[in-house]
Write a protein that binds this ligand. Structure first.
Ligand code: NAP
Length: 345
């Protein structure tokens, strides 16, 4: 596969004090002749990158984060998809293979074979699904619900961040497995989409003046899948059913500033309820179980997917903040390059 003489990448250039700004990242143009493919390595032409809320926490100088921070001057980390453009001696890959890996914000990357996965062919699935329900997004929804939420048919499941990547898959798994699903999201358009397309039982706009009354009218939660933390978590603390389970998946309302802190937690005592965090990577060995279930749901047409696509690597720095302002519906991804096979899937 012929290479251009140069390629672009984005490095982390200035630590934000609160919100990501236009000077947080800086573009660099590099010579492709610097890309040396060693034994057991591949050169990947990047097609798609995933934008994820955790990226904001990677920009903090944290000591106890479960993923190490990105250092100043490093290429911004990101999961993504691509096509193998060159192989090193003894590599198990072939030119043209479609793969996933931690590719970063760049157009070309050299990775070791062991950190690259070939995309399997799954009837009814598109390549992009490996950044959605068949990737970390789907795994998070599945293990959060099954292992931490211990959901049972007939129960009531509340989901915040419901129109986002993890939230929209969580709502659908809840419906497929026979729960009543109450979705919470930040606009009337998202609420309509959740009701009409995603098929939840109740959808509530948390910016509506009568939000609390609508939550009360929806009943108590056996399981609350929390993607946002803050005020919504503090309200849901008071809305748990006996032996209820709060799944602490994420707290996006806290990612750009100081945490509001936990309130109302004493309500959990009377309800014998619990709250538990989890990190999806801890389930890596069990991913095949979730992949099998999610693949079947995709094949049966039970799982809808929505991607919010922004075009071109240059759009990544300004697209990432959409996650914190509610600008995305479904999974936010950047299309870095056209690849025939991936594009036609
Ligand atoms: N535990 C794990 O292993 C794990 C793995 C992956 C992701 N996560 C977490 O899962 C959550 C969802 O991630 P995702 O990739 O699916 O992102 P996403 O939901 O696609 O995008 C983020 C959404 O969060 C909502 N939001 C932003 N600020 C908010 C605020 N202050 N209050 C309420 N809602 C707010 C916005 O929707 P609205 O318009 O509705 O406000 C926005 O669209 C994140 O917290 C992420 O960190 C955890």
């Amino acid at each position: 596969m012929p290479l251009p003489s140069t390629y672009k990448q984005y490095i982390f250039d200035e630590r934000p004090t609160q919100y990501i700004t236009p000077t947080t990242f800086k573009s660099e143009t590099k010579s492709t002749s610097d890309l040396k493919v060693g034994p057991g390595q591949v050169l990947i032409k990047v097609s798609w990158i995933s934008l994820d809320p955790a990226m904001r926490s990677w920009l903090n100088d944290s000591k106890r984060a479960y993923t190490p921070p990105v250092k100043l001057g490093e290429v911004m980390r990101a999961a993504g998809l691509g096509v193998v453009a060159q192989v090193g001696e003894g590599s198990k890959f072939s030119v043209g293979d479609e793969v996933s890996g931690v590719v970063g914000w760049r157009e070309y990357v050299v990775l070791d074979d062991k950190s690259v996965t070939e995309l399997p062919t799954i009837p009814g699935a598109k390549a992009l699904d490996f950044l959605g329900p068949l990737g970390h997004v789907g795994m998070t929804a599945y293990f959060g619900l099954i292992d931490i939420g211990k959901i049972k048919a007939g129960e009531t499941l509340f989901v915040s961040g419901a129109a986002g990547a993890v939230g929209s898959v969580t709502c659908q798994i809840g419906k497929i497995l026979g729960l009543k699903v109450v979705a919470i999201a930040g606009s009337d358009d998202k609420v309509e989409w959740l009701k009409k397309d995603i098929g939840v039982d109740v959808a509530i706009n948390y910016k509506a003046p009568d939000f609390k009354e609508q939550v009360t009218a929806a009943g108590f939660a056996d399981v609350y899948f929390d993607n946002v933390g803050g005020d919504i978590l503090n309200l849901m603390m008071t809305r748990m059913a006996m032996k209820g389970r709060i799944v602490l998946c994420g707290a996006i309302s806290d990612y750009n500033g100081k945490s509001k802190g936990l309130a109302n937690y004493t309500s959990l005592i009377a309800q014998r309820a619990r709250i538990e965090g989890f990190v999806v990577m801890d389930y890596t060995k069990e991913y095949p179980v979730a992949m099998k279930a999610i693949t079947e749901w995709i094949e049966k047409g039970l799982l809808k997917r929505k991607f919010h696509i922004v075009d071109g690597l240059d759009a990544a720095p300004s697209a990432l903040p959409l996650l914190y302002s509610g600008g995305n519906t479904g999974k936010l991804v950047v299309k870095v390059s056209e690849h025939e096979a991936i594009a036609k899937l």
